[in-house]
Design a protein around this ligand. Structure first.
Ligand code: NAP
Length: 219
């Protein structure tokens, strides 16, 4: 079933990259921005570059209101304020958190998250108004942005709402070369988020865009 997917902070590379792949899979995607005009412009540019009509953009609030799946792709420093601002509009949506608590300071550095992980912080903020699922942290924007590039990576999906988690695993499976893997409850999100720091370090040393694969799964 086609979804309407909002990318909050979707003007950045990770949001545009995920939007590229979900648009190709046939979903309607909306690039959200703090500035509605910037979101609209980013949506127009992506629609033209992909020659597709299922891509547009606007304010983060507009994108959220239109969507059934809302993916957070803002810097961690903006995570809490962004979620608090959008909270009433997020009721009943599936909220997917792809935010990694890291900064670059002569290489990737972790940022302390009091809740244990960014995804758990989202769940604390939202309470029971919407299920929070952690996913897509380990996919490189550079690879996602090139529609011709095969992703060749697993998407580790965390969360407690079984139905929402299956929806997000199915979404991950629609990205060519990617495989959605149930990585357990939301409290395991800290490990998934942390992998991105390892990958960023490896990318710097090997001059590549690495990903993760879980061995031993037969699907
Ligand atoms: N880049 C990657 O390869 C990659 C891979 C995996 C995960 N991630 C994670 O995905 C998230 C987004 O990554 P990115 O590289 O796309 O990040 P980014 O370019 O730094 O930021 C994405 C967007 O967030 C919005 N934003 C920036 N500062 C903000 C603030 N103070 N308040 C509210 N919104 C703000 C901006 O959109 P507007 O100015 O238009 O509002 C910006 O275009 C990060 O948490 C990152 O760790 C990134």
């Amino acid at each position: 079933m086609p979804h309407t997917i909002a990318l909050i902070g979707g003007t950045g590379p990770e949001g545009r990259g995920l939007a590229t792949r979900f648009a190709i899979a046939g979903h309607r995607v909306i690039l959200g921005s703090r500035d509605a005009a910037r979101g609209e412009e980013a949506g127009r540019e992506l629609a033209v570059s992909l020659s597709r009509t299922n891509v547009d953009g606007g304010g983060n609030d507009h994108a959220t209101a239109e969507a059934d799946i809302v993916i957070l792709v803002v810097p961690y420093a903006a995570h809490r304020a962004t979620l608090e601002g959008l909270k009433p509009a997020l009721a009943g949506k599936i909220v997917v958190d792809a935010v990694v608590p890291m900064v670059f300071d002569r290489g990737p550095r972790p940022v302390e998250v009091p809740a244990g992980s960014v995804a758990e912080e989202a769940a604390e903020i939202l309470g029971d108004i919407a299920p929070v699922i952690g996913a897509f942290h380990n996919l490189s924007a550079e690879v996602l942005l090139d529609p011709a590039a095969r992703v060749d990576a697993d998407v580790l999906v965390t969360g407690g709402d079984a139905e929402a988690k299956q929806t997000v695993i199915a979404l991950a499976n629609e990205i060519a070369g990617a495989r959605g893997v149930d990585a357990g409850p939301l409290r395991f999100s800290r490990f998934v988020e942390g992998i991105t720091l390892l990958l960023a370090g490896i990318n710097g040393r090997y001059k590549t865009h690495s990903g993760v694969r879980i061995a031993g799964l037969d699907h």
